[in-house]
Design a protein around this ligand. Structure first.
Ligand SMILES: NC(=O)c1ccc[n+]([C@@H]2O[C@H](COP(=O)([O-])OP(=O)(O)OC[C@H]3O[C@@H](n4cnc5c(N)ncnc54)[C@H](O)[C@@H]3O)[C@@H](O)[C@H]2O)c1
Length: 343
């Protein structure tokens, strides 16, 4: 299948492109290439260096399915430029959906986020098991990122009909190795901190729960949607996670993986902010409807990342941290036009 992958140059997108090529599909990557194009150099993929906000109808010529991942991809970058976030994550998604319908492209996946559940606990509630969110849980997004994802989800679902079968994946926090690495996601951050500082910081002891999933499992679910019977995915939402973990469990898994290699890591408790995100998510619907349960565990993935890690100096490079890279680009591009071309 000839598949448009928006954001195909990113952390998840590059792994997704590898899997698409391996499965015999022909990816066409539409990406601003914030992190350069070289992450895809090892793959036979067509590339369009463009912005989803300016998507042109002809970019969809000959496309049989769209996997939509592009946009600002975490809270800090979304809060940094809320207008760019809204235009990319919400408005551009609506427009892309309308174009797909016009071009009669029936299969469409959307990389949504577990953060739509946006559930907070106060520090005193952390000892209780938090809410288990399923796809029916009422959403009350507050942050710019989660608000834009919820808006996009609603627009996508409203467009579903007999000729358009979109599916929404609410992805947990992702971990694991990718050709375009991110070290600003909790497990990956702990690995980076273990290498650079030999110390992991746990806010309030790290009792908070989060849903987690390996990057290869996330990619797999998007690839599966290309083959899945349409009646099982049309207009449906699926949580995507391997397991729910407490942050302190993740820290212990990382610290233990280093300790076993004679590299002791210190765990340091730091004060907790007043309110923190604390929630769990169920993947029962995905397992039942698509017969797929993400299976790459945090422990396996930690081992794989440690084997592939670059040195401490390289690990500190801002390109691995979305908000640092975004602010750096801003500081080195001074003219209005160049600035606009970044955001
Ligand atoms: N990584 C996670 O933990 C996670 C969890 C849940 C959901 N998601 C979602 O999955 C998707 C991919 O996330 P990721 O971790 O690969 O992020 P990423 O930041 O590594 O990749 C995003 C890609 O989109 C591109 N992009 C950004 N704005 C664009 C625009 N306006 N036009 C064209 N391309 C643009 C970037 O250049 C980048 O290559 C995002 O939609 C994100 O919100 C990620």
């Amino acid at each position: 299948m000839r598949v448009l992958v928006t954001g195909g140059g990113g952390y998840i997108g590059t792994v997704l492109c590898e899997q698409l090529v391996a499965a015999g599909h022909r990816p066409v990557v539409l990406d601003r290439f914030f992190w350069g194009e070289e992450r895809l150099a090892h793959l036979e993929v067509e590339r369009i260096a463009g912005d989803v906000r300016d998507i042109r109808e002809e970019w969809l010529d000959g496309i049989e399915a769209v996997l939509h991942l592009a946009g600002l991809s975490n809270d800090p970058t979304a809060e940094y430029n809320t207008e760019a976030n809204w235009q990319m994550n919400a408005v551009a998604t609506e427009r892309l959906v309308a174009l797909c319908k016009r071009k009669k492209i029936e299969r469409f996946t959307f990389a949504s986020s577990a953060s739509v559940y946006d559930t907070e606990s106060s520090a005193t509630e952390l000892d209780r098991s938090p809410i288990m969110c399923d796809e029916e849980t009422v959403l009350a997004p507050r942050g710019a990122y989660s608000l834009s994802k919820v808006h996009a989800e609603k627009a996508i679902l409203a467009a579903a009909d007999d000729g358009f079968a979109p599916v929404i994946f609410r992805q947990g926090t992702v971990y694991g190795w990718s050709p375009r690495m991110r070290f600003d996601l909790v497990v990956n951050t702990f690995i980076k901190d273990a290498v650079i500082n030999r110390r992991l910081f746990l806010h309030g002891g790290g009792w908070m729960w989060r849903p987690l999933v390996d990057v290869s499992d996330v990619a797999r679910v998007h690839v599966m949607a290309l083959e899945a019977p349409l009646d099982r995915i049309r207009g449906r939402i699926f949580n995507v996670l391997e397991e729910n973990y407490q942050i302190r469990q993740l820290a212990m898994l990382v610290a233990g993986s280093f300790a076993i290699k004679n590299a002791p890591i210190e765990l340091v408790e730091t004060p907790l902010p007043k309110l923190v995100r604390n929630y769990r998510m169920s993947n029962a619907k995905l397992s039942k409807a698509l017969d797929f349960t993400p299976s790459v565990t945090v422990l396996e993935s930690i081992q794989n990342m440690i084997d592939k890690l670059p040195g401490a100096e390289e690990l500190a490079h801002p390109q691995y941290y979305n908000i640092r890279w975004m602010t750096l680009l801003e500081s080195v591009h001074t003219s209005q036009r160049e600035y606009a071309s970044i955001y």
